[in-house]
Design a protein around this ligand. Structure first.
Ligand SMILES: [Zn+2]
Length: 380
């Protein structure tokens, strides 16, 4: 292109396309090195050397004292081009099995034999991770707790630090490097969960991925505003919210189910080769499109009469609550038949606490496809 005007016009088109898609932004190295890892403020997996594993700290938002929160990132860049898959753990700081599940998945990859890229993001909610707590503790307003999974896709010029951190992570790390994304969670502290996936099952690309997991339960779920999964899907990136049991420790029984499922997803998208492992079909996964939540109406001590995966019928007692005198203050019953998905492990609870959640197939046609709105009952 010899004509300088034409060349400039072509450049402008290229630039505007690049800006519109978020692609073409090179990886930005800040020049800092922390504990042997190079620090980046922007990732573009396209410019990393193929056939290798790359490890970085992504520079997140600043703390009040001016240092940054740094997020560990590992990229397995395949020798050949292909789909870009994003694995995220640590949106909540008390959810530990996700870290192990993602680490084990990454350890199973050989980039020299891969076609495509797998990017693992660990401990994204760094201050929550340091405190092993669900919420991000910020110093603004005399210390407030923010749920990072309610502020996605964030805002780089937002009104508080976690919202800005989410904006940086979404715009400069995750969205530009993902064709598919998996966000790993567990129940929050005091609760427990089955081996479970929230998926917008009405969307074929998402459904196809969810069905590849040999797990216990899958809920058709329309998603909740502010979650990473919903923000990614709204940005055109098929995504799942994965739940690996309870918080604070490694669930050695469940983690392999999710490693196997994610490797199946990578095989589906031809990032890696090999025969499919077990899927939802072999695992006899229970499907539902709605949650029935039983909440405590009283304070007191809770004795559960069911466990995770218990099959329940409408009217069945799921828990009995007693006061300090040992008198029964309440019997809690499920109004629907289904399977127990989540329950309260703390025995002493306040009114309003979720006692159990029952996954079931709702007769309401509005629950078909992507499932019923779970806004009041959503827990991730
Ligand atoms: Zn979570």
């Amino acid at each position: 292109m010899k004509d300088p005007l034409l060349r400039r016009a072509a450049c402008a088109v290229f630039l505007s396309l690049g800006l519109a898609t978020g692609a073409g932004a090179a990886t930005v190295y800040t020049g800092d090195v922390i504990q042997g890892k190079r620090v980046i403020s922007q990732l573009d997996v396209a410019d990393l050397e193929p056939g290798k594993v790359h490890r970085f700290y992504f520079q997140g938002v600043q703390m009040a004292t001016g240092q940054h929160w740094y997020v560990p990132v590992v990229v397995a860049k395949g020798a050949k081009p292909g789909k870009r898959v994003l694995l995220v753990s640590g949106v909540h700081g008390d959810e530990i099995s996700p870290v192990d599940a993602v680490q084990r998945t990454m350890a199973a990859l050989d980039p020299a034999k891969m076609a495509g890229t797998v990017t693992a993001v660990y401990d994204i909610s760094r201050p929550a991770k340091e405190a092993v707590t669900r919420m991000w503790p910020m110093s603004q307003w005399g210390s407030q707790l923010i749920d990072l999974n309610r502020v996605w896709p964030g805002k780089e010029d937002g009104a508080n630090a976690p919202t800005r951190h989410a904006g940086l992570g979404f715009n400069r790390l995750m969205k530009p490097n993902a064709d598919i994304a998996l966000d790993y969670h567990t129940a929050a502290t005091s609760g427990d969960f089955t081996a479970f996936i929230f998926a917008k099952m009405g969307k074929p690309q998402i459904r196809e991925m969810a069905l590849l997991y040999p797990i216990e339960q899958i809920k058709s779920d329309p998603g909740f505003p502010g979650t990473l999964e919903t923000s990614l899907v709204e940005a055109g990136i098929p995504a799942l919210t994965i739940e690996i049991g309870g918080p604070r420790s490694f669930d050695r029984r469940m983690i392999p189910m999710f490693v196997e499922g994610t490797l199946n997803v990578l095989k589906l998208h031809q990032v890696i080769e090999g025969p499919m492992g077990r899927t939802s079909k072999e695992a006899g996964t229970f499907f539902g499109d709605a949650f029935h939540t039983v909440r405590a109406t009283h304070g007191g001590y809770l004795e559960l009469k069911v466990d995770l995966r218990s099959k329940v019928v409408a009217g069945q007692v799921v828990a009995v609550q007693r006061n300090s005198f040992g008198e029964v203050v309440r019997e809690y019953r499920t109004e629907v038949a289904g399977e127990i998905s989540t329950l309260q492990r703390d025995a002493l609870i306040e009114p309003g606490t979720r006692v159990v959640q029952v996954l079931y197939d709702s007769p309401d046609p509005k629950c078909d496809g992507d499932g019923c709105d779970s806004s009041a009952d959503y827990q991730d």
